[in-house]
Design a protein around this ligand. Structure first.
Ligand SMILES: *Cc1c(COP(=O)(O)O)cnc(C)c1O
Length: 451
């Protein structure tokens, strides 16, 4: 075990230090190399050193260098040193955080991290917190808690009676609702086609003037941080309208919720603490390794009842029982990395990370505008949408940039236009990374003849 883990750590360190000098997306030869890992299922054991060597020699070059500073695809955070190290230690611990009895340390670390999170994100201190796989599952848990609360108010216990014959809940979403919220709603039996959609403005924000009447059987899903523009739905006016009607307001803030942690952008989250539930990702802007999402529910009774798992062999205790806050029982101890990341950054470090990424997004937007390309969104956060003349040229520029390798950003559609989407979300990104990426981007775009 000793040599194996030391050699593996050496390989991992070499991988990380090489990130600086390699292309971001693996080339065709590296991807073709993966074939070498497709061996027949072995009749007997294989030396772990050989397996790790193969995974490194063949696998490492075939990875996407999203842990480095020049990856701007989707909304992908890097992994902070403290979080990677905590992840290694937690893997060695191999704790099962389903119950306090099974892993008291993890239960306590989750409780400590929860307290810090609620403070830094400006959410109600009494909220229940679940450590889930990602924002998709955080949406599922939050909306299950909402479903329970609204139906209980109508005299229907959905956990015992199910949805057949239950009073109807009206679900309201903005036209720009994230696909993961629709997935969560469909999993929970709300159906994708019986939602009430509210039109959005030019930045993708739900228009509060078009909101239907809200009552105690309404579930409103807002988003803090549109995946294309970074824009926020107007949470404050919607919560004000919902307040007192008994409607439930859920906020999908997969990356946007972290804006609370930096004075430079915290104004975007004004009033967000008056919603009823929130979903966010730690693997996005907190920069912990995959997978790590967080769900917060104002009234902890609702998340606990919606996720309840009681059985005779699971004796209730006075401690935090992690499985009462998540769909899973046995799972990864992902709270360890969240604890380590938060503690390593501190208030100022987290604020700097958010502010720096937003400044880099601004730099991309300014540099591209100066070079004559149209930025399609108001760059209020970490997301930039740019188009290069027509849709076909935009597609060709994106392909050329991905092929060139200095950086990686993906394609999207924004209000009828093809665009490149640049998301700056990593601690690892430096000024030099941004300048090199911007230069490569402009060089490739000019080559395709639309300067
Ligand atoms: C990324 C994202 C999600 C989904 O998060 P996963 O961690 O991939 O499950 C949901 N909503 C928004 C706004 C996102 O950006």
């Amino acid at each position: 075990m000793n040599d194996l883990l030391i050699h593996t750590a050496e390989r991992a360190l070499k991988y990380l230090s090489d990130l600086q000098n390699r292309r971001v997306f693996p080339d065709a030869a590296a991807l073709a190399g993966i074939d070498a890992l497709e061996v027949p299922f072995p009749e007997g054991p294989t030396d772990p050193e050989i397996i790790i060597r193969d995974l490194d020699v063949v696998g490492s070059p075939a990875t996407v260098a999203s842990a480095g500073g020049r990856y701007f695809g989707f909304v992908t955070g890097g992994a902070l040193p403290a979080a990677v190290a905590a992840n290694w230690l937690a893997t060695a611990w191999d704790q099962n955080p389903a119950t306090y009895a099974g892993a008291p340390l993890i239960s306590r670390l989750e409780a400590i991290a929860s307290k810090w999170l609620l403070e830094i994100l400006n959410l109600p201190s009494e909220a229940g917190v679940g450590f889930v796989t990602g924002a998709t599952m955080a949406n599922v848990v939050a909306l299950a808690a909402a479903r329970r609360c609204l139906l209980l108010g109508a005299g229907w216990n959905v956990e015992s009676k199910g949805l057949f014959g239950a009073p109807e809940i009206k679900v309201v979403v903005g036209d720009e609702v994230h696909a993961s919220v629709l997935k969560a709603l469909s999993i929970l039996g709300f159906g994708r086609d019986r939602l009430q959609r509210v039109a959005t403005d030019g930045q993708g924000r739900l228009r509060p003037d078009l909101l239907p009447d809200l009552n105690a059987m309404t579930l409103v899903c807002l988003q803090a941080g549109n995946v294309n523009t970074g824009a926020f739905d107007p949470v404050e006016p919607v919560c004000r309208q919902a307040h007192g009607t008994g409607a439930w307001v859920h906020v999908d803030g997969a990356f946007g919720l972290w804006a609370s942690a930096s004075q430079t952008v915290a104004h975007l989250t004004r009033g967000i603490g008056s919603a009823d539930s929130w979903a966010t990702d730690a693997h996005k802007w907190l920069n912990v390794p995959y997978d790590s999402g967080l769900v917060f529910v104002r009234d902890p009774d609702h998340i606990r009842a919606a996720m309840d798992a009681t059985a005779a062999y699971l004796m209730p205790s006075a401690h935090r029982e992690p499985m009462h806050f998540t769909p899973e029982m046995s799972r990864r101890a992902r709270g360890v990395e969240v604890y380590a990341a938060l503690r390593s950054l501190g208030r100022s470090g987290l604020s700097d990370l958010i502010a720096r990424n937003c400044r880099y997004a601004r730099r991309f937007a300014d540099g591209l505008s100066e070079a004559g390309y149209e930025v399609l969104n108001d760059v209020v956060l970490n997301q930039v949408l740019v188009k290069f003349s027509d849709a076909e040229t935009t597609r060709r520029v994106i392909a050329a940039v991905q092929e060139e390798g200095t950086m990686w950003a993906g394609a999207t559609h924004w209000q009828g236009q093809a665009a490149m989407r640049i998301s700056v979300s990593s601690w690892a990104t430096t000024d030099a990374d941004v300048e090199a990426s911007l230069a490569a981007l402009i060089r490739e775009a000019k080559k395709l003849g639309n300067s």
